[in-house]
Design a protein around this ligand. Structure first.
Ligand SMILES: NC(=O)c1ccc[n+]([C@@H]2O[C@H](COP(=O)([O-])OP(=O)(O)OC[C@H]3O[C@@H](n4cnc5c(N)ncnc54)[C@H](OP(=O)(O)O)[C@@H]3O)[C@@H](O)[C@H]2O)c1
Length: 218
């Protein structure tokens, strides 16, 4: 892996999703039949070993619910530094963020614009009327309102663009702020998750429903 990345160590190494695959059977796209339950204790011990060996500075998780974080924390010697999860004005993750704050886990917001156009994405964020109205009134773009909102929540924001102008636009959010009235309006937006993780739901697998995968936090 390090040879491919041309690196000597990682800054942060994450468990992408709370699932494992049958040993030696990983192909991509994967077969649902190959999904098995993650042995959280031993997987996290292996992550900790990566830190002890100097392979990574920090370790964390992604797409973990409060309940699954509790499982990791119950045996961890090194707590997860980060939980990288879907977060935007239409999926604000209030409960998970409170939990992570209490435990000292940094939340990193993926799909902060809703990943419009991606397989797992939604146009509900970029077409949200509340955000549109705030953007119009402030002379900012919809993307900037979303990114500024996430930044003001104190999370790490991971936005993606392949377009130079949009990259610049996405960085231009640090010398202005949202008013308390605007924050209140965003707070009232009806919530809907874009990525239910259906790929990992299978009648014979460790998660038979979307609710089980997210531990009801959906
Ligand atoms: N851990 C996980 O399970 C997980 C899951 C999903 C995503 N992620 C990561 O999170 C990062 C970002 O999330 P994401 O790509 O899903 O979603 P995103 O950043 O919310 O949305 C990306 C989409 O928005 C467009 N965009 C970017 N800036 C824009 C702007 N200013 N105005 C209009 N459109 C704009 C991009 O198009 P252009 O490129 O054409 O600008 C692209 O189509 C990625 O690096 C991804 O790898 C992690």
């Amino acid at each position: 892996m390090f040879r491919n990345l041309k690196l000597e160590y990682l800054d942060l190494y994450l468990i992408h999703l709370p699932v494992s695959m049958k040993p030696d059977e990983f192909t991509f796209p994967f077969a649902k039949e190959d999904i098995i339950a993650m042995d959280f204790k031993s997987v996290w011990e292996a992550m900790e070993e990566c830190v002890e060996l100097g392979l990574t500075k920090a370790i964390g998780v992604s797409n973990f619910s409060c309940k699954k974080l509790e499982i990791i924390l119950s045996t961890a010697k090194i707590p997860p530094a980060v939980n990288q999860v879907e977060m935007n004005p239409v999926w604000q993750q209030k409960k998970l963020r409170n939990f992570c704050d209490e435990k000292g886990i940094i939340v990193a917001a993926y799909s902060p614009l809703g990943a419009n156009g991606a397989l797992w994405g939604t146009n509900r964020v970029m077409e949200c009327n509340v955000i549109k109205d705030i953007a119009c009134a402030k002379g900012k773009s919809i993307a900037q309102i979303c990114l500024r909102w996430a930044y003001e929540q104190g999370v790490v924001v991971i936005v993606k663009s392949f377009n130079k102008e949009r990259m610049k636009e996405n960085l231009d959010i640090f010398d202005w702020q949202l008013t308390s009235e605007e924050l209140h309006q965003i707070n009232q937006i009806p919530q809907q998750k874009a990525f239910p993780a259906l790929e990992f739901i299978h009648s014979e697998g460790p998660y038979t429903t979307v609710d089980e995968f997210w531990d009801g936090e959906i």
